[in-house]
Design a protein. Structure first.
Length: 94
């Protein structure tokens, strides 16, 4: 448990702090806003999937359902997080 907790603390807090202070020379407010938005959207999608997956019986409809939610999650991120939108356009241009 201690290893898991320390890894989470380092990956969520310490590494971004080093990147933002040393590499980007900016504050972490944007990171925390994006981090909370992404995780909030993810948890919301998981809750919706949990309570609605029973309506889709069979493997193929369930795969389609999960794919639709993946697209929905990415569209929500695209609209809610400006840096994600920049990243998508940057990857598409390559």
């Amino acid at each position: 448990m201690g290893t898991i907790a320390s890894n989470l603390l380092i990956n969520i807090w310490w590494e971004p702090l080093i990147v933002f202070r040393s590499g980007l020379h900016s504050k972490m407010g944007e990171y925390w806003k994006a981090f909370m938005t992404v995780n909030g959207l993810f948890v919301l999608c998981l809750i919706i999937i949990h309570f609605t997956k029973g309506y889709f019986m069979g493997l193929v409809p369930l795969i389609g359902y999960y794919l639709a939610f993946s697209v929905l999650f990415n569209l929500l991120m695209f609209n809610c997080i400006p840096s994600f939108k920049k990243l998508v356009f940057k990857v598409i241009r390559r």
